[in-house]
Design a protein around this ligand. Structure first.
Ligand code: GTP
Ligand code: MG
Length: 137
């Protein structure tokens, strides 16, 4: 079995999509084994998004993520890292396939950051690192 770190980003919380998103995860059959809501500090986001430092969208991304509460979760299940990325859809909601969280629930709002509702770890190394950041070693 495997674990992954998922965030419902501030746009998802503001649009009241937390239940819908958790419902899709649970309906798919994954276990939610950790869950909390918090407004992240700059420090936690600098760790979380370290790989993107220096990119043009980095500072708008950090500001957006600090703009309100997020929901952080750890999911468990066989191949859940790949499985959640598949549920989420591709990064840009405009291009994300219908049937996915981003494709069904998201769109381009013409802002500096892709507001795409969710984050999911992209590898087992990222998952371990990110679960440490959000839920402690
Ligand atoms: P996450 O699950 O959130 O990590 O999405 P991802 O793996 O599909 O995207 P990535 O890790 O490459 O980027 C992290 C976040 O930065 C994305 O989810 C977007 O919110 C934002 N982002 C990424 N690339 C771009 C870009 O080219 N332009 C803008 N404006 N935002 C971007
Ligand atoms: Mg990513």
């Amino acid at each position: 079995t495997e674990r992954t770190l998922v965030l419902v980003k501030p746009d998802g919380v503001k649009r009241h999509l937390v239940g819908e998103i958790l419902s899709r995860i649970e309906t798919k059959g994954y276990d939610v084994v950790e869950l909390k809501m918090l407004t992240p500090t700059r420090q936690i986001l600098e760790q979380h998004y370290a790989e993107h430092e220096g990119k043009p969208f980095y500072e708008p991304l950090v500001e957006f993520m600090m703009s309100g509460p997020v929901v952080a979760a750890v999911l468990e299940g066989n191949r859940v890292i790949e499985g959640f990325r598949s549920l989420a859809g591709t990064t840009e909601p405009t291009a994300a396939a219908p049937g996915t969280i981003r494709g069904d629930l998201g769109r381009d709002w013409g802002l500096k950051v892709q507001q795409n509702l969710v984050h999911g770890s992209d590898s087992s190394e990222s998952a371990e690192r990110e679960m440490g950041i959000w839920f402690g070693a």
